[in-house]
Design a binder for this molecule. Structure first.
Ligand code: PMP
Length: 396
């Protein structure tokens, strides 16, 4: 049979060879290639076979608020959160599945603003904010909502109904966050983007329990290509409207992907449940946290030696998942040049490393965001090249 069709070639050019020294290292997107090696080691543990007659229907469960959510995925999501302890999923919580959390962001905007009033809701997030929020908020020029930028500025001078997006830990700068707009009574609504609230990136300080929070398969296990995200929603009417958005925009979410996600989440949870030894280092989150810790340690060494860039420092916190105090190891390095230069340009010009400028995140060009989730050989190459920079003002 054809059960192991693993001959799919990498479409992103991240094939099998180390880029030669004159190639640009693309560390601009957060493509989670770092996780491939773990899943390769797992061999066939996550392999699944789908026959031609399976998963054909649009429908998963017509009695459910999210009728296109596969019950197996719903169960796996709840189990994963119980295993990790990073979100409250018991009680009256509704799960809505999306084609990536990208779709759920838009579904949440729609759910919180429809049918719409005389003026559009302002959508804000504290700078530096995830660069896709402005783009995704405004690309269809909705009359329901409009991107209004930095939440700190809005807190001082803004008015009217608003939605604040809280991304914690935050992309790009890795900080833990809370809402910053205050004292607006019932004019404000919150969306919590918890894409990076997983133990490999941050101490899990408590089970998150917000009105609307979403997570993604892309950053939890690294399976960005499956395009699976899920929202945990307290209010049934909001969950119903979010599901309606997904229904209108894509008539549901790939069942093949949902089943695969359920399988992989199940394997992670089984491994944690069955692990009798005290050595957890081969379990998914522990193993990946170790990789991130190692990368951050090596990056900090190089940055300290160069003295021309700086990185944020993050406080240790007690992690309820690991049962010890741990340090954040964000998915991105938020590098600041110690002089007023266009840091993205400097890195591209001097060492052929492509990051994303601070300007895209609502702050200045001294900052650049670098992905920490590349394949190991690409990351090594990045450090090698970074260590050759001696100055940001010459050598162009
Ligand atoms: N939110 C944040 C903060 C992200 O960084 C990303 C991916 N870069 C997403 C949402 C969207 O991810 P996806 O659509 O793959 O779930």
């Amino acid at each position: 049979s054809n059960s192991k069709t693993s001959s799919v070639s990498p479409a992103n050019g991240n094939g099998c060879t180390i880029p030669p020294s004159d190639h640009v290292l693309n560390l601009e997107q957060g493509d989670p290639a770092v996780y491939e090696s773990y899943w390769r080691k797992m061999g066939d543990k996550c392999t699944m076979v789908i026959s031609g007659s399976e998963l054909m229907s649009y429908i998963s469960d017509f009695t459910s608020v999210c009728w296109f959510l596969e019950p197996a995925l719903e169960a796996a999501v709840r189990r994963l959160h119980r295993t990790v302890g990073n979100a409250v999923v018991d009680g009256d919580r509704h799960i809505v599945v999306g084609t990536g959390s990208t779709q759920l962001y838009q579904a949440a905007l729609y759910a919180l603003t429809s049918p719409g009033g005389p003026e559009p809701f302002s959508v804000v997030s504290a700078a530096p904010y995830y660069s896709s929020y402005p783009d995704e908020t405004d690309y269809i020029r909705s009359a329901l909502y409009k991107w209004t930028g930095d939440a700190y500025t809005f807190n001082k001078t803004g008015h009217g109904p608003y939605i604040e997006v809280v991304n914690t830990p935050n992309n790009p700068d890795g900080t833990l966050r809370e809402a910053v707009v205050k004292n607006r009574g019932d004019q404000g609504k919150l969306i919590h983007d918890l894409a990076y609230y997983w133990p490999q990136y941050t101490p899990i300080t408590r089970p998150a329990d917000h009105d609307i929070m979403y997570f993604t398969f892309s950053k939890s296990t690294g399976h960005a290509g499956s395009r699976i995200g899920w929202a945990i929603v307290k209010d049934k009417e909001v969950a119903r409207k979010m599901s309606k958005f997904v229904e209108l925009s894509s008539l549901g979410v790939s069942k093949d992907s949902q089943q695969r996600a359920a399988k992989i989440m199940g394997v992670i949870c089984d491994d944690y449940e069955n692990c009798k030894s005290t050595d957890n280092s081969e379990l998914f989150f522990d193993h990946c946290r170790q990789i991130m810790a190692d990368r951050w340690e090596r990056l900090r060494k190089v940055v300290e030696q160069s003295v021309i860039f700086s990185l944020p420092n993050y406080p240790q916190k007690y992690c309820i998942f690991s049962g010890e105090s741990t340090e954040p190891y964000p998915a991105f390095a938020w590098m600041e040049a110690n002089e007023d230069v266009d840091t993205e340009k400097v890195l591209r010009g001097q060492i052929k490393v492509q990051g994303r400028t601070g300007r895209r995140f609502g702050v200045d060009q001294r900052y650049v965001r670098i992905s920490m989730l590349s394949r190991e050989d690409v990351f090594n190459k990045f450090l090698e090249r970074l260590s050759t920079i001696k100055s940001v003002t010459n050598g162009h």
